[in-house]
Design a protein around this ligand. Structure first.
Ligand SMILES: Cc1ncc(COP(=O)(O)O)c(C=O)c1O
Length: 459
């Protein structure tokens, strides 16, 4: 396999070495790889993924992690501290997401391993809450994250997909309504969605959910820890949390704009009964009476401690300060897009904006931006690019570089209009929409990429 990472520098481990390497050598290798990779995002040209970016913050979280990295949070008698951390993470997140406005219910939560995990636990909870619906379905906006499709697939729930209004990129609420039947267990809305950074009309979805007596999950994996502060700062963020009647669960990722280490998210429930329905029990097992709050067994107490550390260290003022900088930077960067008449911002974005182009393939813009070190995320139907603004973009000089590189990229795209874009083939889908053959081909390419990420090259 060509290009196996670091094969030339460090070789390939095909078997467990008989004699282990000394710690210094191992750490030197790790340091060298991290130092080679960090510059890809440190300069502020990478969309999303590195939400904080401050190495001193990561050092602090790593120190918090180290105290409990070897502890299993499933064995609570050994680590009562995990209960303090987990319960407080949940309480602080519920408070941030408007749980105090709930009456007559007991709001609770789960700390999970990431956004997809929170979404999966929510779908599982709705399914198990509705045991008499033998062919349950959920209705999600087309833009809601792929994790809903994954969860539906895993738990035997039918996924119904509602179209969006192409101008606002928000879900068409009438279409949602028309997809509901007696087997619908929950609706989904995003705050905001991954593709366009736009927020679905959560108030209207809540009304529909209440009319039908079904759940409404708000996917605030991206927005949960930044939109509340955007609202406080006066940005145009419609209510999306438990203050909206009808909202029954919210996912909010601590490992994104919560600025924690990778590997945690919070799933909030308006009512305890829904969460507890997906608790797993095996009381008659020879290994002892077993119970776990979610799908995982052993969990790292270190990650829970580091997440708690991030939250109590930053506090509201820290999150607000970061949100101030990120929202302002996002506005400046989106204005640079608006300054290019051939580019079109999609809907009313938040801290994440997406744009497309009508007179050329916007992936041509991406082709050029890549040569200047930018790493944007790509969408399809229509082809579009997005930038999720994070702290690295708030560094001095980044927005200026963005404006001038984008202007040059548009010149390049116009000069090459009509030519195939290099970066479009994988993310951009196939011209003329998906066909069965093209879909099978794309899936086989994706499988190849995933296989390669977990395989050593042939000897
Ligand atoms: C809106 C939204 N929901 C869910 C997810 C899934 O989160 P994770 O990658 O942590 O599983 C993402 C990831 O980017 C997201 O943007």
């Amino acid at each position: 396999m060509a290009g196996f990472p670091y094969a030339e520098q460090f070789g390939v481990n095909r078997t467990l070495p008989e004699q282990g390497l000394d710690r210094e050598s191992v750490l030197a290798m790790l340091k060298s790889m991290a130092e080679a990779e960090n510059p890809k995002w440190e300069g502020g040209q990478c969309s999303g993924t590195m939400y904080c970016g401050d190495h001193d913050h990561y050092d602090f979280l790593n120190a918090a992690f180290a105290y409990f990295s070897y502890v299993n949070a499933l064995q609570r008698d050994l680590c009562p501290s995990s209960t303090k951390f987990e319960a407080e993470i949940i309480a602080m997140t519920l408070d941030l997401l408007g749980a105090s406005s709930l009456t007559g219910t007991e709001p609770v939560g789960l700390v999970t391993m990431g956004g997809s995990s929170s979404i999966a636990h929510a779908v599982l909870a709705y399914r198990d809450r509705n045991p008499t619906k033998h062919t349950p379905n959920i209705v999600k906006p087309e833009t809601a994250h792929a994790a809903f499709a994954k969860a539906a697939h895993l738990f035997g729930v039918e996924l119904r997909v509602a179209p969006i209004d192409p101008t606002t990129t928000q879900v068409d609420v009438d279409a949602v309504r028309s997809l509901i039947d007696q087997n619908t267990i929950a609706l989904v809305g995003s705050a905001p969605n991954y593709g366009y950074g736009t927020i679905d009309p959560i108030g209207a979805l809540g009304q529909v959910a209440l009319e039908h007596g079904i759940g409404l999950h708000v996917d605030a994996c991206l927005g949960g820890f930044i939109l509340p502060f955007g609202r406080e700062l006066g940005y145009d963020v419609a209510p999306f949390d438990f203050s909206v009647p009808g909202v029954t669960t919210i996912s909010a990722d601590t490992h994104k704009y919560g600025y924690a280490l990778k590997g945690t998210s919070v799933l909030c429930f308006a009512d305890k009964a829904l969460r507890n329905d997906q608790y797993f029990y095996l009381t008659d097992w020879s290994g002892g009476r077993y119970c776990s709050p979610g799908m995982d067994g052993s969990r790292s107490a270190g990650l829970i401690a580091a997440t708690w550390a991030a939250m109590v260290h930053l506090g509201r003022s820290g999150y607000r300060r970061y949100a101030t900088e990120i929202f302002a930077t996002a506005q400046t960067m989106a204005d640079a897009v608006r300054a290019q008449p051939s580019l079109r911002i999609m809907g009313r974005p938040s801290f994440l904006f997406a744009f497309t182009a009508d007179e050329f393939d916007v992936y041509l813009v991406n082709d050029f931006l890549r040569t200047r070190g930018w790493r944007l995320n790509g969408q399809q139907y229509p082809n579009a690019l997005h930038m999720a603004v994070t702290r690295p973009q708030t560094q001095p000089g980044v927005t200026g570089r963005w404006a001038s590189d984008l202007a040059d990229a548009v010149v390049y795209a116009k000069e090459h209009a009509g030519e195939p874009a290099e970066t479009g083939a994988y993310y951009g889908g196939v011209p003329g929409g998906p066909t069965d053959e093209a879909d099978a081909f794309i899936k086989s390419m994706m499988a190849l990429i995933m296989d390669r990420q977990t395989s050593i090259p042939p000897a």
